[in-house]
Ligand binder design. Sequence first.
Ligand SMILES: Nc1ncnc2c1ncn2[C@@H]1O[C@H](COP(=O)(O)OP(=O)(O)OP(=O)(O)O)[C@@H](O)[C@H]1O
Length: 234
Amino acid sequence: MEHFISFKDVRKTYKMGEVEIHALNGVSFDIDQGEFVIIAGASGAGKSTILNLLGGMDTVSAGTIEVDGSVISDFNEKQMTLYRRYDVGFVFQFYNLVQNLTLKENVELATQISKNPLDIDKTIAAVGLSERISNFPAQLSGGEQQRVAIARALAKNPKLLLCDEPTGALDYVTGKQVLKVLQDTCRKEHKTVIVITHNLALTPMGDKVIKVRSGQIESVEINPHPMDVDRIEY
Ligand SMILES: Nc1ncnc2c1ncn2[C@@H]1O[C@H](COP(=O)(O)OP(=O)(O)OP(=O)(O)O)[C@@H](O)[C@H]1O
């Protein structure tokens, strides 16, 4: 069966003057539509490199990446721009909201670069922030701001949602609320969600857990019974 996402022997080498850094050394894995995937590994293992390649923000040195039937590793710059714009939603550790726009305007802004955006109010309701739509980012807590960032990423109706350490700047309770929003999105919308973390305690919540070590895949595990975020302690 065709997988929604396939990495096949992907390599990424960065050249720093005379020195070559092999960030990814032959990485292969598959992800199916609607899976909630945790990519875990120590600092420097290559997690962000995987996400940057999958998000079309960087190009492979060798190997192929397929997403939804397209070989994105063969895309030219124009195709890559369209892929980033229409197909991928990003959530980063720091929320990167526009400070002088309200919550609703921040989400609206993202829908302007979408061909098929979701309803803005419904998307804001899905992250539990309907009461706060007229607030500015500075009037929201860190966890609330991250939920706005998730709503913004989802509102453009991407094929996949990529999250790089989305709870990295949050305390335990707010971090869990954010993870719950991501898990619910995956379950209810059947959206493919990929979360990078260095926190191994989060792995029981993933449908699939990909462990990365020194630029290689250490293991790919499927959780037959992924745990609800509410039940995870870390
Ligand atoms: N643009 C770049 N130029 C040079 N080296 C890079 C670049 N990006 C990443 N690297 C190197 O590639 C390796 C993998 O980095 P990567 O950021 O993917 O790791 P990571 O697992 O995401 O780490 P962290 O959890 O600290 O973000 C590291 O040795 C890093 O220094």
